[in-house]
Ligand binder design. Structure first.
Ligand SMILES: Nc1ncnc2c1ncn2[C@@H]1O[C@H](COP(=O)(O)OP(=O)(O)OP(=O)(O)O)[C@@H](O)[C@H]1O
Length: 441
C-alpha cells in the first residue's frame, strides 16, 4: 500500500470559487482518513485532486513521497468509489467487477478467478450474473467496492459511498467497509458529511470548512479537544451549547459573565492564568450536553440556574432543555463572517471603513466579540463589570438562552421546574473572536 499526502493543495475554479485552500494532509500507508465537513467545504474536490480528476491550482499531491504529475491520473492506481456507484447498467455484476482488469495483462481465466475471489470476500457470489438494476442499494455498494478492490489498486478513494443506502443498512455497511479496508490494509481516503461515519470508521478525521483544514486527529481527540469553535460546534450530537460570555479578571480570580449568570474560577484555579490578560474580552463558551449535570439546589461550586422548558425522553437518557438567561450564539454568528470572503466582518471593517463611519459602528455593534471600543464604564451589570449585553445600546438583559443537558434515564426533571446545573470545568471550552480555542491551563 501507499502513503498519500497533499502539500498546500489549493483549487480555485475558473469562476473564482476557492474550493480547497492550502490543505496539507498526510495519510500513512494502510491508514483510514475521513474528510469531514458540511456541504461545499471542498471534500470531494480534494478527493478528485488526489485521484487526478482535477488539476490543482497550486500545491501538490504526493504518493509514497513522490510528487505526482497533474495529468497522471491513470498512473496512480487509486480506486475511486462514488456515491452513485457508477456501475455500468448493461454489464452483469461479474463484468462490472472485472472491468478494471480488461485493460490489464491478466488472462480471462485469471481475471475470472480474481473476480470470484473478490466477490466471495464481499459475500456477493450469488449476484454475479445479475444486472445492476436488479440489485438493492447495499448490493450495488458492495459491487462498487468489489470493483475498486479487484485491480492492483494501491488505495481507496471513497466519496460518500454510503449516502444512497437506507439508515439501517448504512450502519451495517459502515462496519463492513471499515473492516474491509483494515483487512486489506488499504490506504483509504473517505469523504463524508456524516460525523457518525467519520467517527466510527476512520483512524483519523480531517475536519474541513470552506476549503480550509480545521483540524486532523483521531476521532476521540478531535471531539474532546477541538482547536476551533467550528470543530466544537460541528462534532457531537446534540450539538455543543454555545453561549456568549465576557471575561472579568480580578485578584479573586476570573468571572465568566454569561449575561445574567456567572461562572467563577477562583484565583488558585489553574485555568485562571491564561485568562489574566483577557479582561473584558468577549468570548464564546462551549459546553457539551454532558458537561452539565443536574445538582441539588444548595450545590456549591460552579453552577448555572434555570427553568426546564422541555424534556425529550429518549428512553435510555433524556435531553433536557433549560432556559438559563444566557446569550446563545453559533459558530457562524459568533464570527459574523462575510459570506463571500469567509473573513471576519471586523477584519473587513478594519480595512475598509474609517473609524466613526456610521455603518462601521452599526456593524461593529452586531459583532459580539470585537466591538472596536470597550463598552463605556457605565455599561455595567449588577456584578460590576462589562456585560455581554450592553444597556448603553438599549440591550435588555437576556432572559431566554437555552442550554441542552444530557440526563440519564431515571427520575427526570419536569417541565416548568427550576433546575440547578453543575458545570464540569474540565469540559468548559472557550473560543476567541476568531473562533480559536483559548487553552485553559
Ligand atoms: N467545477 C466546479 N466549478 C466551480 N465550482 C465548483 C466546481 N466543483 C465544485 N465547486 C465548488 O467548490 C466548492 C467545494 O465543492 P465540493 O464538491 O468539493 O464540496 P463537498 O464538501 O464535497 O460538498 P458535498 O458534500 O456537497 O459534495 C463548492 O462551493 C462547490 O460549489
Amino acid at each position: 500500500m501507499v502513503s498519500i499526502a497533499t502539500d498546500r493543495l489549493t483549487k480555485v475554479f475558473p469562476d473564482g470559487t476557492v474550493a480547497v485552500d492550502g490543505v496539507s494532509i498526510e495519510i500513512g500507508s494502510g491508514e483510514f482518513v475521513a474528510l469531514l465537513g458540511p456541504t461545499g467545504c471542498g471534500k470531494s474536490t480534494i478527493l478528485r485532486l488526489v485521484a487526478g480528476l482535477e488539476e490543482p491550482t497550486s500545491g501538490r499531491v504526493l504518493i509514497d513521497g513522490e510528487p505526482v504529475r497533474p495529468d497522471a491520473g491513470w498512473d496512480r492506481r487509486l480506486s475511486m468509489v462514488f456515491q452513485d456507484y457508477a456501475l455500468y447498467p448493461h454489464l452483469t455484476v461479474a463484468e462490472n467487477i472485472g472491468f478494471p482488469l480488461t485493460t490489464g495483462s491478466e488472462t480471462p481465466s485469471d481475471a475470472a478467478r480474481r473476480v470470484a475471489a473478490v466477490a466471495d470476500q464481499l459475500g456477493i457470489t450469488g449476484l454475479l450474473r445479475r444486472k445492476p438494476r436488479h440489485l438493492s442499494g447495499g448490493q450495488r455498494q458492495r459491487v462498487a467496492m468489489a470493483r475498486a478492490m479487484v485491480g492492483e489498486s494501491r488505495a481507496f478513494l471513497l466519496d460518500e459511498p454510503l449516502s444512497n443506502v437506507d439508515a439501517g443498512l448504512r450502519a451495517e455497511l459502515r462496519a463492513e467497509v471499515a473492516a474491509l479496508a483494515r483487512r486489506l490494509a488499504m490506504t483509504t481516503l473517505y469523504v463524508t458529511h456524516d460525523q457518525v461515519e467519520a467517527m466510527t470508521m476512520a483512524d483519523r478525521v480531517a475536519v474541513l470548512r470552506r476549503g480550509v483544514l480545521q483540524q486532523i486527529g483521531p476521532p476521540d481527540e478531535v471531539y474532546r479537544d477541538p482547536h476551533t469553535l467550528f470543530v466544537a460546534a460541528f462534532l457531537g450530537t446534540p450539538r455543543a451549547n454555545l453561549v456568549q460570555a465576557a471575561i472579568f479578571t480580578s485578584d479573586d480570580g476570573v468571572l465568566l459573565d454569561l449575561g445574567s449568570q456567572l461562572i467563577e474560577l477562583p484565583a488558585d484555579d489553574p485555568r485562571v492564568a491564561p485568562l489574566r490578560d483577557r479582561h473584558t474580552d468577549r468570548v464564546t463558551l462551549a459546553l457539551r450536553a454532558d458537561a452539565l449535570t443536574p445538582a441539588a439546589p444548595e450545590a456549591t461550586g460552579p453552577v448555572l440556574r434555570g427553568v426546564v422548558r422541555l424534556v425529550e425522553n429518549l428512553g435510555h437518557e433524556a435531553l433536557v432543555h433549560v432556559t438559563t438567561g444566557t446569550v446563545p450564539t453559533s459558530a457562524a454568528q459568533s464570527r459574523l463572517e462575510h459570506p463571500a470572503t469567509g473573513h471576519h466582518l471586523s477584519e473587513l471593517l478594519a480595512e475598509d471603513l474609517p473609524a466613526g463611519h456610521p455603518v462601521r459602528d452599526r456593524l461593529a455593534r452586531m459583532i459580539p466579540h470585537s466591538r472596536p471600543e470597550q463598552p463605556p464604564a457605565t455599561a455595567r451589570t449588577e456584578y460590576g463589570f462589562y456585560p455581554v449585553y450592553d444597556p448603553e445600546l438599549g440591550d435588555e438583559p437576556p432572559t431566554s438562552g437555552e442550554l441542552v443537558v444530557r440526563v440519564p434515564a431515571g427520575v427526570l426533571p419536569r417541565t416548568g421546574e427550576p433546575i440547578v446545573l453543575a458545570v464540569d470545568l474540565d469540559r468548559l471550552m472557550l473560543f476567541d473572536g476568531a473562533g480559536n480555542r483559548i487553552r485553559l491551563g
